[in-house]
Structure formats: structure tokens, C-alpha cells
Design a protein around this ligand. Sequence first.
Ligand code: URA
Ligand code: ZN
Length: 394
Amino acid sequence: MSSSKSKVVDVHTHMYPPAYVELLESRKTIPLIRRFAGADDPRYVILPAEVEALEKIIASGDDASSSAAHLPGRPVTSHFSSIEQKLHFMDTHGIDISVISLANPWLDFVASADAGETAKTVSQDFSRMCEAAEGRLYFFATLPLTAPPETLLASIGHIRSLRYCRGVILGTTGLGNGLDDPALVPILHALAANRLPIFLHPHYGLPSEVWGPRATEEYGHVLPLALGFPMETTIAVARMYLAGVFDAVPDLRMLLAHSGGTLPFLAGRIESCVAHDAHFDGGSSGTPTRRTIWQVLREQIYLDAVIYSEVGLRAAIDASGGTPDRLLFGTDHPFFPPPRDGDAQGLWESVTWNAAAVKGALGEGSAAAAKVMGGNAVEVLRLYEEDRSGAGEE
Ligand code: URA
Ligand code: ZN
């Protein structure tokens, strides 16, 4: 493991705690956990793009003869719920600290009346897991977004007092109308005032029709995960920017999954479209009254380094102002395990590719690489601070 000076921190790493697993096991529509006669392990079926395959197999009564490769979802392995397994994975990959978060789709499907209590239970589960791991785990809490506003605000009051909580994980739907919804602004203010950054993570991708008729049978999860997820994040943040949310909540800090989707590549195009649109003032002929998307990227946004290539990582660094200070290493564990007969207890290429991209882009052993691998996370998420309640300080 690394010295105290250069901790390796994984900021993008998920868990499904036991109470949440039970909830998914009780469900008949996605997200759910279901046993198929053709497979040893039950399977998590969570993505909208998996609905068609799930419905087909249930309708045909064919699950006994299906090979695992053709079953919807992914196997429920110990990697999703076991702390021992998470720690083993961390040790195997030289990770000192993980900031764990509930995986998608969080509590988006929970009835309004139940959401507050469910969120509390999940946060308590996460607190217990972190406590047991003796300093190696922190967490991003999950908000009860379907609950009434007062319950939702109360949940922020709850998580702010939790010793290991370092922010919240949030999907792109907000209260149901996206993250540019004015009704969400008080929630964002409450998060900012309590210095709880948002880890923004996709789940819904793009409508399944865009993948075409061959996708379900022939292309696995590649299109929704490789393209749908990043576009979802990009669209959500672009909408926030266009609605002026970052100006309305200047203390808000966001960590964007998958290096910001396609934002590093498309920020220039977004900026140009705004500058040339009569809807927005401050274009090339007016007095600028808005911050550019580039400024917002440099001032309020951090990007994880889950992009699997040097090319993408360099773009993310460039989009963040050309410094490595806003990039934070992550793994996306337990997703993307070694395929086929690979050893899930050994090294995962989905991790080593991300670590290699950091080394390649910034230089092995460099101070810049150490920042991305963990130094930035320690600072931005204040990992060693006991009292994080100093609202108002930078
Ligand atoms: N697939 C998911 O559903 N979530 C992730 O975070 C990664 C892959
Ligand atoms: Zn993820």
C-alpha cells in the first residue's frame, strides 16, 4: 500500500447493502433481483435497456435453457454487498480508501411515503460498513428524492451528522423533472450549505430506440453503458448550466462520473451554441453576464478519472483548466469484472486501464499523478477531517 503522503483513493465504487438487496428481491419490475433456472447466481436487472430481454425470457418461459451470456442483467456476486470483498478488491489494486456509494438506480423507484425511512436505513447501513472498515471507507449518501420536500430536507440534516458521509450520489432525474428544475434549487442550497458535494451518476441512458433493433440480441450492454451513460450526464449538466443553476448555487460542488461524460469534448460546442443563440446575452457582441461553461468546469466541477484511456483523461484535465487538481481516480467496482473465466479475485483490467491512463498522461510517480490517484480526493472530500460542519469556509 502507498505511504501516508500519497494515498490511493477510489471515489467511484458501489455497494448494494443488505436492506437494499432485500428490497430488490421483493420486486417484479426493474430494478429487481431475480433467479433464473439457467444460472447459478441470481441476477440484478437494473437498466432500462434490459427490460426487453427480461420480458422476452419471462414470456417464453425459457430461462432454464438460457446460457448466462443471454440472461438479462448481471450475476449477484459477493462483490456487490460484502465489505470483506470490497477490502480484498482494494488491497489487490493498492487502493487505501474507498468512498462507497449505492449503485444505480438508488431510491428512484421507492414510493414517496417510504422513501425517507428507506434512505435513512441505507445511510445507517453505509455508516456501519464504514465504521467496521476502520478508516478505509467513507460514503456518499443517497437522498429520498421521491419523498415530500420536508422529508428530503430532513434527510440532509441527518446525513450531515454522519461521521463517514462525504456527500451524496445523485442521478440525473432530480425530483422527476431533471436537475434544471427550480424546485430542486433549495435542495442544492442545503447540500452546498452543508458542504456536501454531489457525485452525479447516470442510470437511464438514452431511449432504447436509439440503439436500433439489433441491440438487445447482439450488442450486450455496450451501447447504453459506453454511450448512453455519458450522454445522460452531459445532457444533465448542460441543462443545469443553461438554467443558471451553477450561478444560483455558487457553493455547489459536483463530481461528475465517467470524466463528465462527453463534456470535456463538447464544452466548446456548448459554449459556441450559447454564444450564438439569441436566447442568451453576453455573446460575442454583448457584455458577458454569464460565466462560460469552461469557467463552471474550473470553479464548481470535479471529474472522476473513470475514462479508461489516456486520450480521454488528457481531455478531462484540459477541460478542467489544464491542471490535474480536479480529477479523482475511480474504479466503478463492482461493475466491469474480468470477463468470461477471468479471476474476479485478481486484478481487474477495468481498474488497471484507469490507473495506466493516469500514469501515461501525467507520468509515473509524478506529483500530478499522485494528486489524481488520491491527493485530490483527500482534499476535496476532506477525508481526514472529523468535523466537517464548518459551512461557509472554502
Ligand atoms: N453499470 C451500471 O449499472 N452502473 C454502473 O455504475 C456501471 C455499470
Ligand atoms: Zn458507477
